[in-house]
Ligand binder design. Structure first.
Ligand code: ZN
Length: 291
């Protein structure tokens, strides 16, 4: 079983019942693509001022009028559409491969119901963009539940209220919550040092286990206590899939995803073969040219 705590800094932080904690990195290229998209959109919208109010006389003598955009507007509009398609496909690939990877490794997947809130309007465009990116979490919940149903696994969306502010060791609740900038904190109740996301995951995982326990009518699942962390790593997204990059003393072999290792082993051979065949083809022509 695994619980994912969605957050804004990364895509999410996950913890499984075996004690492996991993941070799910966000789509790295997305930031750059969305910056380009913003620029193209603003350039296109500036061209609206140049559009003309044109009369069209129809065959039956009626006259209709419409705005005719400039050629530059049309060109930029095409570019915006191409970029939007690209970003959409990138996001889709990212979410489907993550959902498949999770379903391959786990039987039950729990996700916190992260609700985007745009209460802080003072932070400007950068913050608005970050909030808009969060729509990916909403779509991901649907995707993961669909992929789970297809793979005969289970996906649950859990209420994550108070998971961050509650200490998983003693149950102390920090009044007023913890500011997003604070990544590590000491519990005033028992003095335990918590990693912000990991503590939220411990609480979320406990909720997931309780819910699953209730569903199967068994109040105590064998693994319902707080989980002992055995290793931490980052899951990073590549065009070939997801890789686990160990962090700070984690066990390398247990963290790396087996599928990716196999694929990486297969890749260099194919490339070497391609290069060899190409050079074999080009060298005789080069020789001929020299002759
Ligand atoms: Zn505590």
């Amino acid at each position: 079983m695994v619980y994912i705590d969605p957050n804004l800094k990364n895509f999410g932080y996950a913890l499984d019942t075996e004690g492996r904690a991993f941070e799910l990195s966000n789509l790295e290229k997305l930031k750059e693509s969305e910056r380009i998209l913003d620029r193209l959109t603003s350039l296109r919208d500036r061209c609206i001022a140049k559009s003309l109010w044109v009369d069209t006389v129809h065959g039956d003598g009626t006259v209709s009028t419409h705005w005719r955009p400039s050629r530059r507007w049309k060109r930029l509009d095409d570019a915006v559409e191409r970029m939007q398609t690209k970003v959409r496909e990138q996001k889709k690939h990212f979410m489907y491969s993550l959902a498949n990877q999770l379903c391959r490794h786990y039987d039950v997947i729990g996700i916190g119901n992260y609700v985007p809130e745009n209460t802080n309007h003072g932070k400007g465009r950068k913050y608005n963009r970050a909030v808009r990116n969060r729509t990916m979490h909403g779509a991901f919940k649907d995707i993961v539940s669909w992929v789970a149903t297809r793979s005969r696994k289970h996906a649950l969306v859990l209420d994550e209220t108070g998971t961050t502010r509650t200490c998983h060791a003693c149950g102390h609740v920090v009044e007023g919550g913890i500011a997003p900038a604070i990544r590590e904190w000491d519990c005033p109740g028992c003095g335990t040092c918590h990693l912000r996301d990991e503590n939220a995951c411990q609480n979320g995982l406990r909720r997931l286990l309780t819910q699953v326990g209730d569903a199967v009518d068994c109040s105590h699942l064998p693994c319902s206590g707080p989980v002992q962390i055995i290793g931490r790593c980052d899951w990073r997204f590549h065009p070939q899939g997801w890789t686990g990059v160990p962090r700070g003393g984690a066990n390398v072999n247990s963290m790396r995803l087996p599928e990716y290792r196999q694929r990486m082993r297969a890749l260099p051979r194919a490339r070497v073969g391609d290069r060899a065949s190409k050079s074999a083809k080009t060298s005789p022509s080069a020789m001929r040219r020299l002759a």
